[in-house]
Design a protein around this ligand. Structure first.
Ligand SMILES: NC(=O)C1=CN([C@@H]2O[C@H](COP(=O)(O)OP(=O)(O)OC[C@H]3O[C@@H](n4cnc5c(N)ncnc54)[C@H](OP(=O)(O)O)[C@@H]3O)[C@@H](O)[C@H]2O)C=CC1
Ligand SMILES: O=C(O)C1=N[C@H](C(=O)O)C[C@H](O)C1
Length: 258
């Protein structure tokens, strides 16, 4: 049995993870961590703590899952990793440098696993974008999310841009040569790893992304949509089941996909 604590258990993702862990025969939900936690406390089915330190003081668990906030996750990991708790992190907004620094806080045998996106479809979308990148001089990323998302651009878009940039080894030719219209700066998006990234926030979306490639007389669009947060759960459970056998920093669900 793998024992699990879920940070952000009252949130959109955290509450779905709680349900998925409870439904899995080989996993045991030890507690949640969430200072607001209305849903969990009402249900009363499992203890909910207001900090990771309180959770560690109260009970042992093998894995901490974190779906909290970009301004909270680092503090949670600074407590959990030195205590030797394997961490499965979906919260976006941490830089590569910070992830490496946090992983170094953990004793040998402890794993920090971060996936900017836990859906198999988004992992494949990024792999296909990486494969296409060398063949197209232009590439741009458009990501579309629900209005309550706190960060922009999305973690998936940042990772996709980095993969495109690595695969083609040069910046896009497009941005920077246009005349900016006063009051409309930013129309060409944010340059991430040399790739323009555009963020849309609207009701109706959960999470969608297009990687748009262009060359002479042709475009290639690679698109992924998550229409429901259940799409992330198989990947999160795979991460929980896999981290115990791994060590150090691992970035990306592709590392565990067969
Ligand atoms: N990697 C992936 O596949 C995915 C990643 N995400 C990422 O996950 C993160 C969470 O997203 P989402 O579930 O939509 O956000 P929510 O705002 O719905 O959930 C976050 C929860 O964390 C709580 N929280 C705040 N501070 C703490 C703390 N110190 N300890 C524990 N919990 C805390 C929040 O409480 P309060 O509301 O009171 O602040 C809230 O209940 C985001 O960074 C998002 O980008 C989302 C979907 C998929
Ligand atoms: O906040 C979200 O909802 C999502 N966040 C992740 C990201 O920033 O890429 C993953 C997915 O896009 C949903």
């Amino acid at each position: 049995m793998i024992t699990v604590a879920v940070a952000g258990c009252a949130g959109r993702m955290g509450s779905a993870v709680v349900d998925a862990v409870k439904a899995a025969d080989d996993l045991e939900l030890v507690c949640g961590i969430d200072p607001s936690c209305p849903r969990s406390s009402e249900e009363g089915a499992y203890p909910v703590h207001s900090s990771v330190q309180d959770a560690i003081d109260a009970a042992d668990f093998d894995v901490l899952v974190d779906f909290t906030r970009p301004d909270v996750v680092e503090g949670n990991l600074r407590v959990a990793l030195p205590a030797g708790v394997d961490c499965v992190v979906g919260t976006t907004g941490l830089s590569d440098e910070t992830l490496a620094e946090l992983a170094a806080l953990a004793p040998a045998g402890t794993c920090l696993f971060y996936a900017p996106n836990f859906t198999t479809g988004a992992v494949l979308m990024m792999e296909f974008a990486k494969a296409a990148a060398p063949y197209f001089p232009e590439a741009e990323v458009i990501e579309m999310h629900h209005c309550k998302k706190l960060d922009a651009p999305s973690g998936t878009a940042v990772r996709t841009a980095a993969l495109i940039s690595e695969a083609r080894g040069r910046d896009s030719a497009a941005p920077g040569k246009e005349t900016e219209i006063a009051g409309a700066e930013g129309a060409r998006g944010a340059l991430v790893s040399g790739v323009p990234v555009h963020s849309v926030r609207s009701m109706g979306f959960v999470a969608s992304q297009e990687a748009v490639f262009g060359s002479l007389g042709q475009t290639l669009t690679i698109r992924h949509d998550s229409w429901d947060r259940t799409s992330y759960m198989p990947g999160v459970l795979l991460g929980i089941r896999s981290v115990g056998e791994r060590d150090g920093l691992i970035v990306g669900l592709e590392n565990f996909m067969a």
